[in-house]
Design a protein around this ligand. Sequence first.
Ligand SMILES: Cc1ncc(C[n+]2csc(CCOP(=O)(O)OP(=O)(O)O)c2C)c(N)n1
Length: 371
Amino acid sequence: MIMTANKHNNHFETLSYLSPDGTLSPHFPIEIPDDILIKGYKTMIITRHIDERMITLQRQGTISFAMSSLGEEACSVASAAALDPADWMYPQYRECGIMFWRGFPIQDYIHHMFCNEKDLIKGRQMPNHFGSRELNVVQVSSPIGTKIPHAAGCAYAMKIQGEPTVAICYFGEGATSEGDFHAGLNFAAVRKAPAIFFCRNNGFAISTPAKEQFSSDGIAPKGEGYGIQAYRFDGNDFFATYEIVQRARRECLEGKGPVLLEAMTYRMSGHSTSDDPSSYRSDEEVEKHKEQCPILRLRRYLEKHDLWDEEREQEWLKQVAEETTQAINTAKQTAPPSLKSLFEDVYFDIPPPLQQQYEELQRFFPEDEPS
Ligand SMILES: Cc1ncc(C[n+]2csc(CCOP(=O)(O)OP(=O)(O)O)c2C)c(N)n1
């Protein structure tokens, strides 16, 4: 059961309902419709498959960089499932599952990973820095923690305007060491902004283990200091994640102020394709976490309830793999952003000095066609 911060030992329990063998606790307080569970499972499969393919493409030198959410898929997918499509989302780079939940086409995601001319952000960011204005997902940005005050401000604006929506901001436990974490949580707490601060505690900030990041009992007890509600739960448990995010959303909309969530999970992958985790953690440690795989756990539940089977699994894997292959092939044949795009979207009309720079640059890229 969830406890509020115990002032004597600051120990928070971790709420969990789904066991590794797929048995759901009879204490699970709500019912999640079967179609949400099935869509959630299928979306986690898409997320994992695309992550794997992107890592491979990076290793082959086709794309420049990739980050994976291997083992953390329930955090993004179950939380997105518990929200309303009108809620604003501020993801970090490990939340591509929210995009797939909200219906972002695989093709658009892969164009983004290739940073080509069909990338919605025109290749101006690194891969995994997705976003979609249409889906109310604010684009990822590299500096860690900067989205926390943005989400607090967005939530406060929605409150002032009387909109029945919340803003959710995702970040890792490493981001909580940034000043922006304090500024964002304090502002949201004082203004009672309907913001959900979703901390994915996956154990590492690149090579720094959580135990070297803070001396508190994780992140959840910090909510007490800001005077806000906090919950800690098993982030590899689709049911717990869904229920807690739904609850946090309700509390936000009841005017109780922001909620701090700490999803306990484990980063199964390297930090990014530039990282070699074998230099700071053992294979045995990683192996130990495999049994907690959020996809496996939900699959076992679905199978126990005749909502999924091996035949459906194979069919879905095939469909996802084919669509991904097709999307990769299309992205490979898509041109990079034009040189001209470097000069666009800042001014309504390109000022003469920039126009001159563009023309000078063109001399070095005579084959570049303005798109
Ligand atoms: C302000 C800032 N400092 C440092 C970095 C370099 N950096 C990129 S990711 C990262 C670790 C973030 O860890 P965490 O917030 O726990 O998220 P995770 O990668 O574990 O999901 C760091 C230090 C950065 N991008 N921005």
